[in-house]
Design a binder for this molecule. Structure first.
Ligand code: XLS
Ligand code: CA
Ligand code: CA
Length: 441
């Protein structure tokens, strides 16, 4: 087996003061916090599509800038085989326990579904073989039902029933291979499930069809005995103007409306939350309070650009707030932190792939440590508890317990007069958060 990243050693933890760019400063995989190692808490994952498939192209530069160790391999199947070796080498050197893929990332699509599936089978067998002597596992599999021109009007929400069928056949196979590889989750990201203009769109039929599609997926999951978690990944726009899985709240409402909320959880991506006009923490919170936070696509967007830039997450403020939500839900079970992130077009050398992941892993490791201390100290929890104290006694308790209606509440106001309100102390709390982030508290 050839080595692709030849001059890159296994990345080790060297501590916050290390000046070695190829070392972890905050991510110490073996460090035990609260009874689990950091590796177990954070469950990092590499995205096949960005790291192995990304070419560093953009709409103004269709020719990619990326230089990759497999550039001299021209046959598409030879390339697919080589990339299997490359993903294991990459994850092992970074001590990342998981990876994720779309069906079309691991094996190129052929002229017909039969041959496409045969190619998949061959690559899956190779991955399975590599898994035998490696600790690297599959966090989730998914389907690329948005790249091919047949999906230009959507997949499960296409106007064309034959396209709906094609998407179903593709998900069927992708779910089978995810199971075969011991994948812990299966993700539905609505690639082009949305619309460009309502002038040509039957929104009701498209949404109903989408629910039908998800129901079929649940049925098939049971039929084949796949015990992974099904996840939906919200995104408000891009590639279509409007995507049906707009944000966490929309997806949860949709799932509940169709009686599917017990079968799915959410995969929340930071950059998608900000595209929807929310903070990352907002969408994580919405998912968490509904007990539907499954997994995370760890990246960050550029708020000045306003599109899906999929950058490596380096903002400690954001990673801290995100990890507070994860810790509050009791940690990941099947989910993890998947780096759905790509190095910039200008960062074209193979070593930049390592720098990107190291930066992201350190940012989340530090965020996790800070968040763990914040949750343990309970300082914000105590504040919130106190802030809502009025709902634990008297009239507030009666409201919560459903004992009163408008008439009783009017009588309460007539008797008690103007309420006394308290300060929200936002600036004070933000200053405390800064102390935690700076490690002085
Ligand atoms: C695209 C999505 C995609 C999903 C997997 O914006 O983030 O990469 O995570 O299909
Ligand atoms: Ca994603
Ligand atoms: Ca994205």
């Amino acid at each position: 087996m050839s080595e692709f990243f030849k001059n890159i050693p296994k990345i080790k933890y060297e501590g916050p003061k290390s000046d070695n760019p190829l070392a972890f400063k905050f991510y110490n995989p073996d460090e035990v916090i609260g009874g689990k190692t950091m590796k177990e808490h954070l469950r990092f994952s590499v995205a096949y599509w960005h790291t192995l498939q990304g070419r560093g192209s953009d709409p103004f530069g269709l020719d990619g800038t990326a230089i990759r160790p497999w550039d001299n391999i021209t046959d598409p199947m030879d390339l697919a085989r080589a990339k299997v070796d490359a993903i294991f080498e990459f994850c092992e050197k970074l001590d990342v326990p998981f990876f994720c893929f779309h069906d079309r990332d691991i094996a190129p699509e052929a002229d017909n579904l039969r041959e496409t599936n045969r190619r998949l089978d061959e690559i899956v067998a190779r991955i399975k073989d590599r898994m035998k002597d490696s600790n690297v596992k599959l966090l989730w599999g998914t389907t690329n039902a948005f790249g091919h021109r047949r999906f230009t009007h959507g997949a499960a929400t296409s106007n064309n029933a034959a396209v709906f069928a094609y998407a179903a056949a593709q998900v069927k196979k992708a779910m089978e291979i995810t199971k075969e590889l011991g994948g812990q989750n299966y993700v539905f990201w609505g690639g082009r499930e949305g619309y460009e203009t309502l002038l040509n769109t039957d929104m009701k039929l498209e949404l109903d069809n989408f629910a039908r599609f998800l129901r079929m997926a649940v049925d098939y999951k049971k039929e084949i005995g796949f015990d992974g978690q099904l996840l939906i990944e919200p995104k408000p726009k891009e590639p279509t103007k409007h995507q049906y899985d707009f944000d966490a709240a929309t997806v949860i409402g949709f799932l509940k409306m169709h009686g599917l909320d017990k079968d799915f959880k959410l995969n929340i991506e930071a950059n998608h939350a900000t595209l929807a006009g929310h903070t990352f923490q907002h969408d994580l919170r919405v998912a968490r309070i509904h007990d539907m936070l499954g997994s995370i696509d760890a990246n960050q967007g550029d708020l000045l650009l306003g599109w899906d830039t999929d950058q490596f997450p380096t903002n400690i403020y954001e990673t801290t707030l995100a990890m507070m939500e994860v810790i509050k839900m009791g940690g990941f079970t099947k989910g993890g932190l998947n780096f759905d992130a790509k190095v910039r077009r200008g960062s074209f050398e193979p070593v930049d792939l390592f720098y990107g992941h190291i930066a992201g892993m350190d940012a989340f490791a530090l965020g996790f440590k800070v968040a763990y201390k914040i949750v343990q100290d309970g300082i914000f929890d105590k504040f919130i508890e106190e802030r809502y104290a009025s709902f634990r006694t008297g009239i507030g308790k009666d409201i919560v317990e459903g004992k009163v209606g408008f008439k009783e509440l009017e009588a309460y106001v007539l008797e008690h007069g103007e309420p006394e309100i308290t300060s929200g102390r936002q600036e004070m709390l933000e200053a405390i958060l800064n102390q935690y982030i700076l490690g002085v508290r």
